[in-house]
Design a protein around this ligand. Structure first.
Ligand code: NI
Length: 390
């Protein structure tokens, strides 16, 4: 494949049109009814595919060549977020309070574009290329595991996914090796003291003052119990207590997130957090109830597949497109697919400014640069020709 990959002349414009339709009609996790119907109808119109619905709002399309060979799975997520869009784009969300603020509209359109290109190249392929249109990436327990449980990964030999990424400039592609995303866990701490009159604090056990010390104490966990060469985040993101100015409440509720790559680091962090919460509460005559919920597994990119995809980037996306990339502390349930087959998760530079600034993922003014879609289509098509070429 020495010559640069030639896409059909109207594929990129078609992908942009699909994306704008999806962007205007975002749906929340597990509620992708119109989105999945649109994807299914588009796939059916493209023809030559076996299309199934493993769950009510996910879609799988199989391009079965009839020739023996490996099974390559390509994945896109389709869900949106509970955010009120403020981009001012002409194709902005028409669903109140719901927005494609992570680029999953682009992922879905890009994968549809790859399907279109690969259906036209069927005679150049062996084995099977399977397209996974996944629901519910943004909300635990996540759609990926559900699709795996319904057989979407059965027989798959390699799996690839991609995320349009605002932290990378347009034209750049990152293919990290090893741990790529973190385990996004959630914790809750309830400090139970003794309520009473705010004028008589000596008759109470004040859960607010104790909770404040717990928040401060938790800052020590990463700083003093995690190896400086390992990575972890402990963020307290909610603190709820009290109802008025002259009442010391009975309880304070803390909630937040923990991010780690390594299960051993996670275990140390959790144990220390619980010790700090219980210890500080006990020191003041209160109690602390500690609840912890593990999120998605970290994505760990397979070294061999990642090296092959890194080599493809220059071919498919141009010399100089491949840039070094460090892991990110966000969570991604693509990891569920990687439990069943080796693969890699790629980041495609798509930063686009709105009102003079590039806004982060999950921001009301987040946007992706539509010129990045061609990179995504090219990468998926090149990967299929490489791994399943005749
Ligand atoms: Ni995302």
């Amino acid at each position: 494949m020495a010559a640069p990959l030639a896409l059909a002349p109207d594929t990129t414009a078609q992908v942009v049109a699909w994306r704008r339709h999806l962007h205007a009609h975002p749906e929340l996790s597990f509620h992708e009814d119109e989105t999945s119907a649109f994807v299914e109808a588009t796939l059916t119109a493209l023809g030559g595919l076996t299309v199934t619905r493993p769950t009510p709002t996910s879609v799988v399309a199989r391009l079965v060549t009839g020739r023996p060979g490996p099974v390559l799975a390509l994945r896109a997520d389709m869900d949106a977020l509970p955010i009120t869009e403020e981009t001012g784009l002409p194709f902005a969300s028409t669903a109140p309070g719901v927005m494609h603020a992570c680029g999953h509209d682009g992922h879905t359109a890009v994968l549809l574009g790859a399907v279109r290109e690969l259906v036209a190249r069927r005679e150049a392929l062996v084995g099977e290329v399977r397209f996974l249109f996944q629901h519910a990436e943004e909300t635990l327990p996540g759609g990926a595991q559900e699709m795996v449980d319904r057989g979407a990964m059965d027989g798959v030999t390699r799996v690839l996914g991609a995320h349009l990424w605002a932290d990378l400039p347009l034209g750049q592609v990152g293919v990290p090796v090893g741990a790529v995303t973190a385990a996004p866990d959630t914790f809750w701490i309830t400090i139970r003291g003794k309520g009473g009159h705010a004028a008589n604090p000596h008759q109470t056990v004040d859960p607010i003052a104790i909770g404040a010390q717990v928040v401060t104490g938790l800052q020590q966990v990463v700083a003093r119990t995690v190896d400086p060469l390992d990575s972890a985040v402990v963020s307290v993101t909610q603190f709820h207590a009290g109802t008025t100015n002259n009442v010391i409440p009975e309880t304070a509720e803390l909630n937040g997130t923990v991010r780690t790559f390594d299960p051993a680091v996670r275990a140390r962090v959790v144990a220390q957090m619980e010790r700090i919460a219980r210890g500080i509460a006990e020191a003041h005559g209160a109690t602390a109830a500690f609840t912890y919920e593990e999120g998605y597994r970290p994505i760990v990119n397979d070294p061999a597949v990642s090296a092959q995809v890194q080599a493809l980037v220059a071919e498919a996306c141009g010399a100089g497109a491949l840039v070094p990339m460090r892991p990110v502390m966000v969570g991604e349930d693509f990891s569920a697919f990687l439990q069943r087959a080796p693969g890699t998760f790629v980041f495609i530079g798509a930063a686009r400014a709105i009102d003079g600034a590039v806004h982060p993922h999950h921001h009301p003014k987040f946007d992706v640069d539509e010129r990045a879609f061609e990179t995504g289509v090219r990468l998926f098509v090149a990967a299929a020709l490489r791994f399943n070429g005749r």
